[in-house]
Design a protein around this ligand. Structure first.
Ligand code: FES
Length: 510
């Protein structure tokens, strides 16, 4: 592998193509107590889409975001809009029957059309194009699974077909193809939609973290900067719900990170979006670069967040794939994303618990957030505006989950307990020696701590106990973050929260 390509890639800061090619937003911070019909906590794709739809219903809507809108998961995606969620429908038919699986597919297809309609109606320039989407295998042993999925999807009316010839620089044994799916530039779409929402009387407050919700006759949401927002309803669209409402989401979801690159390549991919069935996952799509030349967006190398993962190695493997298969000549951007998977792999969308009828949640989208965000927006809009949604029972957060699908969760939660216990039992490292740009676990005043030294020699020492439920965070050297292996909270090198469920920074040690 070319050392030059790797050096080029690592010489650039970690930044997603979507963020690097759009302006930073500058919405104000909340500085007073306010009242609204609907409060949406989280200005990602789910929050913005729900705000747009609810505003169309004549409701007064406010969005608050702990950081900047469209910047977290929505700014760190591969941005495929599709109802083909890897291999899903054969399993869904077994779980939900043909009718339930059909509804899942149908509402995802509706979400694709809805995004296209919103774009056309508002003349949004966001590189949207209809594309076929493929799940391929290079291995003969998986052909049966691919064929079974094609048949399952076809049987419930989805646009599936079996394909063996793809316009990729390697051959495959077979692929599921869904025609007429789509791709876009998610931030161009979301920043425009946010503008439209504001022009139509909506309000967005950035750097305004919600810390609690009190539900009485109305909901009162308090923010970290000391203000409160009264509303009839609250939608928790903060990726991992910052507020749980005794819904035990920490025990019902697990987080994974995956990695992506935007690369220059002489290999032309004329159409399509692709993802491998087998591991390590490889995701491929094109994007028209700002200079008018085709870029490739390549993704993969997912793993559970935290643990002893060498993130640099993950990027290096993807760069290797870019070079070997696509003869990549430059890596312009690299970034990582975090996704949560719900028990039985069906997202949680609807009332946060069976008892809290004015608080809604949308979470656990796995890696399919571009489409599932709009599925969520439609379901929640329909429940709020019309009292019900046709698909609400499929996605209901308080649904009964069969024991078979809980097995995975017993394992995931056993991992959490393991991390909690083993992290605490680990003896602290022997000595405190650190170099500029380095972060690691150290022994500090006789106890385990985390330390990072910046290039100016400033040292940041933090207590490595995660503020969510107390697991030990680990250093992520590629992104200079402290990551929690239990439920995937992430903190900056100085302990400030990047991503929840944690809402409080790590303790800084003097
Ligand atoms: Fe749950 Fe850290 S994210 S303990």
């Amino acid at each position: 592998m070319s050392q030059n390509l790797i050096e080029k890639a690592f010489s650039r800061p970690v930044e997603s193509y979507w963020i690097g090619t759009t302006p930073q937003t500058t919405y104000p911070e909340l500085n007073e107590n306010i009242k609204t019909d609907i409060l949406i906590v989280g200005g990602g794709i789910t929050g913005i889409a729900a705000a747009y739809l609810l505003q169309k219903e004549g409701l007064d809507v406010v969005i608050i975001d702990a950081g900047r809108i469209a910047h977290s998961t929505s700014g760190h995606t591969t941005a495929k809009i599709t109802s083909l969620h890897s291999v899903k429908y054969a399993k869904l038919i077994k779980q939900l029957g043909e009718e339930g699986a059909g509804k899942y597919g149908e509402i995802n297809e509706k979400a694709i059309s809805m995004i296209e309609d919103i774009i056309k109606e508002n003349n949004i320039q966001c590189d949207f194009s209809r594309q076929p989407n493929f799940v391929y295998t290079k291995e003969e042993q998986y052909i049966n699974i691919i064929e079974e999925e094609v048949n399952a999807a076809k049987s419930i009316g989805l646009p599936a077909r079996f394909e063996t010839s793809l316009p990729l620089p390697f051959s495959v044994q077979g692929a599921i193809c869904f025609d007429n799916q789509a791709q876009f530039h998610p931030r161009k779409y979301l920043l425009s939609l946010a503008d439209i929402f504001i022009k139509n009387g909506g309000h967005i407050f950035e750097n305004t973290a919600a810390i609690d919700i009190h539900e009485d006759r109305e909901c009162t949401t308090s923010t970290r900067n000391g203000f409160s927002i009264k509303s009839d309803k609250v939608i928790v669209a903060s990726h991992f719900p910052f507020y749980d409402g005794w819904g035990f989401y920490s025990a019902r979801m697990f987080g994974e990170r995956s990695y992506a690159l935007a690369v220059k390549s002489p290999v032309n991919v004329p159409y399509g979006m692709y993802i491998s069935y087998e591991q390590p996952t490889r995701s491929i799509r094109t994007q028209l670069g700002e200079d008018g030349n085709q870029l490739l967006i390549l993704g993969g190398e997912h793993h559970k967040t935290g643990g002893n993962i060498n993130e640099k190695e993950k990027y290096t493997k993807l760069i290797n794939f870019a070079e070997t298969d696509f003869h990549a000549t430059d890596v312009l951007y690299r970034w990582s994303a975090q996704d949560y998977t719900a028990m039985n792999e069906i997202p949680y969308i609807g009332h946060i618990t069976g008892k809290k009828m004015n608080i809604f949640v949308a979470t656990g989208f796995q890696k399919w957030g571009m489409t599932t965000s709009h599925v969520s927006a439609m379901i929640i809009r329909d429940i709020i505006a019309n009292g019900k949604s046709e698909a609400e029972n499929i996605f209901k957060p308080s649904r009964f989950t069969p024991v078979s699908s809980a097995k995975n969760f017993i394992k995931e939660n056993a991992d959490v307990v393991n991390n909690l216990v083993s992290g605490k039992l680990e003896s602290p490292p022997e000595e405190f020696k650190i170099l500029p740009g380095e972060g690691k676990a150290v022994k500090y005043k006789g106890k385990k701590a985390g330390a990072y030294m910046d290039n100016d020699g400033n040292v940041f020492i933090i207590d490595t106990t995660c503020k969510h439920l107390g697991c030990e965070v680990n250093w992520n050297s590629a992104e200079k973050t402290w990551d929690c292996p239990c439920h995937a909270s992430r903190y900056n090198y100085d302990g400030t929260v990047i991503e929840g469920p944690a809402i409080i920074p790590l303790d800084r040690l003097k």
